[in-house]
Design a protein around this ligand. Structure first.
Ligand SMILES: Cc1ncc(COP(=O)(O)O)c(C=O)c1O
Length: 344
């Protein structure tokens, strides 16, 4: 089962099967990439560079490395969601061990120029890790094309089970294992693999074309949803609409309403939305990703993150936009003491 799944995933990513390490998910794969490269290396290369909007499993791992003597630098992202490549270039030197740039952001859907980042990293003699968790199944994910020496994917962002992921590590990249024990995964990750979840991931990889085939439909649906929201809710606007984005993700600012209150009201109506990362909803702090992009706290606190899946239909979107308009109208009415004017 493991061998078949490994081959199916390798075929999708266009890499060799033995370059894949099964993990418990994207978080572990990101930890393994950063710590695995840095641990056991001489500290001559003692700097790690990450984008300012990475997933916490990269940002917090980098911070953990700081306590072990690494210098950690964050590359800026502008208000439109574009990675500042000149800033990245200025941070790199012969002290850089690793650069970690995500393929697509989990909150805004913005797609980053991993290829350019890899070229700059390699010119400095550093390795490039790419967290491609959000990209798989939505856009092309091929480590060699991207120039990534290490690349992370996760099962549950790809319609497979939660609790399984993969780290691609290019042949020749030295990795120290996070988990010591048996010799599984060629000594790079001890512990008996979760064969059921891995089989599911392999199956999805073999059927990736079906998922990717939804991209155009979802993009058209997402764009029409954004147009309907911004056209009918005063002040509502998309965060960084002009930069390249995943086809299914949308991050909007809806001024004059609290994102958490909006979320709870939509939840009651059966809509699972988020104010920041889908995986950390329930956290009342404004999204660090939006703050890093230069949005104000108020804007970040009035943000809504929406994502569409392969089952989302036009009828779902129409009904959602109607609900959103009603809820926003009611909440704004309360805020301005006009509840009765909105029939509540
Ligand atoms: C960009 C990104 N990286 C990493 C992860 C973590 O993956 P996992 O939940 O499989 O640990 C997520 C979300 O789950 C994500 O969106």
């Amino acid at each position: 089962v493991l061998r078949d799944a490994r081959l199916q995933i390798a075929r999708l990513l266009e890499v060799e099967a033995l370059e894949l390490i099964f993990t418990s998910g994207g978080s572990e794969a990101n930890n393994l990439a950063l710590k695995g490269v840095c641990d056991g290396r001489e500290l001559k290369r003692n700097q790690v560079v990450v984008s300012a909007v990475e997933h916490p499993s990269v940002l917090k791992t980098a911070e953990a490395l700081r306590t072990r003597g690494y210098q950690i630098d964050r590359v800026r992202v502008d208000r439109e969601g574009r990675l500042d490549l000149d800033h990245l270039d200025s941070l790199l030197s012969d002290r850089t061990a690793l650069v970690s740039i995500m393929l697509a952001n989990n909150e805004t859907g913005h797609i980053f120029p991993v290829n350019d980042a890899a070229r700059l990293a390699h010119e400095a003699g550093a390795l490039l890790h790419c967290d491609a968790v959000q990209g798989l199944g939505k856009i092309d994910v091929r480590p060699r094309e991207l120039g990534a020496d290490l690349l992370t994917i996760s099962g549950h962002k790809f319609y497979a089970l939660k609790g399984c992921g993969v780290l691609y590590a290019r042949k020749g990249v030295q990795l120290t294992s996070l988990i010591h024990g048996g010799g599984q995964e060629r000594g790079r990750r001890a512990g008996t693999e979760n064969a059921l979840a891995i089989a599911g991931l392999g199956e999805m990889a073999a059927n990736a074309g079906r998922i990717a085939g939804q991209a155009e439909r979802l993009k058209a649906l997402r764009d029409s949803m954004e147009a309907a929201i911004t056209g009918s809710i005063a002040g509502a606007h998309v965060t960084g609409p002009a930069a390249p984005r995943l086809p299914n993700t949308s991050s909007l600012v809806i001024p004059d309403v609290d994102g958490e209150t909006l979320l709870m009201n939509l939840d009651v109506r059966g809509y699972a939305v988020s104010t920041g990362a889908a995986c950390s909803s329930g956290n009342p702090e404004p999204s660090p990703v939006l703050l890093a992009m230069g949005l104000s706290r108020a804007e970040a606190q009035s943000s809504l993150r929406l994502s569409l899946g392969w089952e989302t239909s036009k009828e779902d979107i129409d009904a959602f936009v109607t609900s959103l308009r009603e809820v926003v109208g009611r909440l704004r009415g309360f805020k301005h003491g006009l509840g009765h004017a909105y029939g509540v």
